[in-house]
Design a protein. Structure first.
Length: 168
């Protein structure tokens, strides 16, 4: 795919997905906040093959029928609820295992606002995909600057995996 075609495809994906803070990481990976029920019902038309949902289903804007809407399209649905105020290394490890298993498939990783998703995907990219931390960090800063427990999680995981990068 040429550069222009890739840019057009990323822009089309971001525009077609009705959700806050859509960030297209690549042709097979997109992060976002909570998509609308209508957007969830159109994911297969956009080529998505799986959804990883990181917010608890009890958050106010959750789509209660999301697992069914996603499954009806033949997409895999993985719910890994991460409490916003207390993400752990175990949450990241579960997320990384799920994303590794889905490798090669087009995946939407979302939460409420794309704070959980952007940070978890950043860590996955730098630890497992060996991407440049500075480059991968740009996708996070399009949404927020992690603080508190999210900052601690990001820093601790990078230290654990020998990644020297401190954007804070």
């Amino acid at each position: 795919m040429g550069l222009l075609a890739g840019c057009w495809s990323a822009a089309a994906t971001a525009q077609a997905l009705d959700a806050p803070n859509v960030v297209v990481i690549g042709p097979n990976l997109v992060t976002s906040g909570q998509p609308t029920a209508q957007a969830l019902a159109r994911l297969s038309q956009q080529g998505f093959e799986a959804v990883i949902y990181l917010a608890p289903s009890s958050v106010p804007d959750a789509v209660g029928t999301e697992p069914e809407v996603v499954a009806q399209q033949g997409l895999e649905f993985i719910h890994l609820p991460v409490p916003f105020g207390s993400p752990t290394e175990g949450h990241f490890e579960s997320f990384a295992a799920a994303l590794q298993r889905l490798k090669g498939r087009k995946v939407l990783v979302h939460c409420q606002v794309n704070m959980r998703a952007s940070t978890m995907v950043f860590l996955y990219r730098v630890i497992f995909e060996k991407e440049s931390p500075a480059s991968a960090w740009e996708s996070v800063t399009r949404v927020w600057s992690p603080e508190g427990p999210w900052k601690r999680l990001a820093l601790s995981q990078m230290v654990k995996h020998g990644i020297k990068f401190d954007p804070f």
